[in-house]
Design a protein around this ligand. Structure first.
Ligand SMILES: Nc1ncnc2c1ncn2[C@@H]1O[C@H](COP(=O)(O)OP(=O)(O)OP(=O)(O)O)[C@@H](O)[C@H]1O
Length: 376
């Protein structure tokens, strides 16, 4: 992980032991607002590695915002503990809580800028509250605006800025006090796709240049795919799964992760195709194999290889290759015409190539003269 120097200490590199620590550790966190409604967070334990961008994804109501508010002390959990850079946040109040909060900055979906202040004035605000001198503020604000590529707009008011520019101001303001962790709560949800990409690129570059840990709350798997090193999937207040982004995308364990991934990775067949498959083999069916290609394996001519080696006729039902965390990931569903008896040797061969495979159903052989169901 890139652990470049931080904004305020460009000359002092951090010791290795420090860079290896978890930036955030959550231990058995639970939160109940209304006992009649049950827990909103239920025994959540999670570590975010220092310098990582860690996505937290879940459907509306899964508890994402509550979790992120427990991280910066805005919500007091019912039980459990939160540590930021090894320091407990839970149970703090007054000055120690304010000091701890300086280490955790936040950016929001709707930017939360003061309309009466210019871009520079908004960025200066946390510095004023923290009691920095006018001279220090005058020196620091342009550097922060430079960091987000917005120096030319220093004197513009929020009403004169685009959504992407407002979020850049929000990011500069969040970074003003040199936080250790940046919490992003749906920061790109109100932006168009092109601006979303620019803001995600900016977060990625800040993460790399400053070694800043980013916790990214989102309901869009594409945001996770673009920049997160690790991802946690929340469902109904519990962790459905958590791990490195690539592994989670390649081998999702939970139904909720698979459903979030359906627009990105072809793990599941489209419903109209899936319903044409049988769950049991019959005299008139051929097996359907889902092959997952990862890394170098994504570029192997596997279909041609199966034809040549086993004499089967793989018929591609559905598939897609994508790039996740700079690595290729492909998923292909193929009907192995005439492959029933060769299934195990074929799977053993695929495994020897480092490819994983799974039988996902059985396709009914087409009646003579009629093509098989669909190609996608
Ligand atoms: N202050 C509160 N008082 C009572 N209930 C709350 C409070 N904040 C959140 N909730 C409830 O907790 C549940 C989880 O909400 P939360 O906002 O944490 O989820 P979320 O995953 O961020 O959802 P969304 O994406 O819709 O914001 C919801 O049922 C919500 O109504």
């Amino acid at each position: 992980m890139n652990a470049a120097p931080r904004l305020s200490s460009l000359e002092s590199a951090q010791p290795l032991s420090e860079t290896r620590r978890d930036a955030v550790r959550i231990e058995s966190l639970s939160k109940t607002y209304d006992p009649a409604a049950g827990p909103v967070l239920d025994d959540v334990s999670l570590s975010v590695r220092k310098g990582d961008i860690h996505g937290i994804i879940g459907r509306s109501g899964a508890g994402k915002s509550t979790l992120v508010r427990c991280l910066n002390g805005l919500v007091e959990p019912s039980s459990g503990r939160v540590f930021v850079s090894g320091r407990a946040i839970t149970g703090l109040s007054g000055a120690p809580l304010r000091a701890a909060r300086r280490e955790i900055a936040m950016i929001f979906q709707h930017f939360s800028l003061l309309s009466s202040r210019t871009a520079a004035g908004n960025v200066a605000l946390p510095l004023e509250v923290a009691g920095l001198s006018r001279r220090e503020i005058r020196e620091r604000v342009p550097k922060l605006l430079d960091l987000v590529g917005l120096r030319a707009k220093a004197d513009s008011y929020p009403s004169e800025l685009s959504g992407g520019q407002k979020q850049r101001v929000g990011i500069a303001r969040a970074l003003a006090l040199d936080p250790k962790v940046l919490l992003s709560d749906e920061a790109t949800s109100a932006l168009d796709p092109e601006t979303t990409e620019q803001i995600l690129d900016l977060l990625k570059s800040i993460n790399q240049r400053l070694g800043l840990t980013v916790v990214l709350i989102t309901h869009e798997m594409d945001v996770v795919r673009r920049i997160a090193h690790a991802v946690t999937v929340l469902e109904a207040g519990r962790i459905a799964e958590s791990g490195p982004t690539f592994e989670t995308f390649a081998f999702p364990k939970s139904a909720v992760a698979r459903s979030f991934l359906s627009s990105i990775v072809a793990h599941d067949l489209p419903p109209e195709l899936a319903k044409t498959l049988r769950t049991e083999p019959g005299h008139d069916t051929d097996p359907v194999l889902r092959i997952t290609f990862t890394g170098a394996g994504a570029h192997q001519p596997v279909v041609a290889d199966l034809v040549e080696r086993f004499g089967v006729r793989p018929n591609i039902l559905h598939g897609r290759i994508d790039t996740i965390d700079n690595r290729a990931l492909g998923v292909l569903a193929v009907v192995l015409e005439g492959g029933e008896t060769l299934l195990e040797p074929i799977r053993t061969h695929l495994s020897s190539l480092g490819l994983s495979s799974e039988i996902i159903g059985y396709a009914v052989r087409p009646v003579a003269g009629r093509p098989r169901a669909a190609f996608s």
